[in-house]
Design a protein around this ligand. Structure first.
Ligand code: NI
Length: 210
């Protein structure tokens, strides 16, 4: 090839690279928009999200939704071997709670595992503690997890992944639900919500008269 042709080829390759990176960056947002579950959440209405659950926390104790009454619950679904989305979401939650200071006492952050066969209480314990001292990890039987995921309209699908332990990963929606002191749905964020926006919204919630 002549130098000019090489330059043209490099220019085209660079264009593909930039396009690829842009597509990857947009993918999580685009995926959430495309998922049928998202429109289900919007059209079914707020009252239909959430409900009773019985699970096991990261200390091995059996708990139910009723144990969390009186405070807001920040409920995120994920799994400890998640490569990127879960760590991002949990970091945002932890940073938003730290930003709230004493007001964060009114909020209980909860991670519900979508991978109960690998997420034992012990596995969850070390994971949640690496993000925030008040983060609670919940797991259970596959049937218990299926029930709570269905109640929260959570999309979760096991996908083959030879690189991951046990050969699979889990593709899942990334909503962070805010449930009120009475257990009812209030609002939701995603793992991509900016820390400041989440902290501001949560500060409003726990203020009297809001
Ligand atoms: Ni995840």
């Amino acid at each position: 090839m002549t130098l000019a042709k090489i330059r043209v080829a490099l220019f085209i390759l660079a264009g593909f690279a930039v396009g690829g990176v842009a597509a990857l960056a947009l993918f999580p947002a685009a995926r959430e928009k495309l998922l049928p579950q998202v429109s289900a959440v919007r059209s079914v209405g707020q009252a239909m999200i959430g409900g009773p659950f019985e699970l096991t926390d990261h200390t091995g104790k059996r708990v139910s939704d009723r144990d969390f009454r009186g405070k807001y619950m920040l409920v995120f679904f994920g799994f400890t071997l998640c490569p990127d989305v879960c760590p991002t979401g949990l970091q945002v939650i932890a940073a938003a709670l730290d930003k709230l200071g004493p007001k964060a006492e009114a909020i209980t952050p909860i991670l519900i595992s979508l991978d109960p066969s690998r997420d034992t209480p012990a596995q969850l314990a070390s994971y949640v503690q690496s993000f925030h001292p008040r983060l609670i990890g919940l797991t259970g039987t596959q049937a218990e997890i299926d029930a709570v995921a269905k109640a929260y309209r959570v999309y979760a699908k096991r996908v083959d992944d030879p690189k991951s332990t046990a050969g699979y990963t889990i593709d899942h929606s990334t909503f962070i639900y805010v449930m009120g002191p009475d257990g009812a749905y209030v609002t939701h964020f995603t793992h991509a919500t900016p820390v400041d926006a989440m902290a501001a919204r949560l500060a409003k919630l726990s203020a009297p008269g809001s």
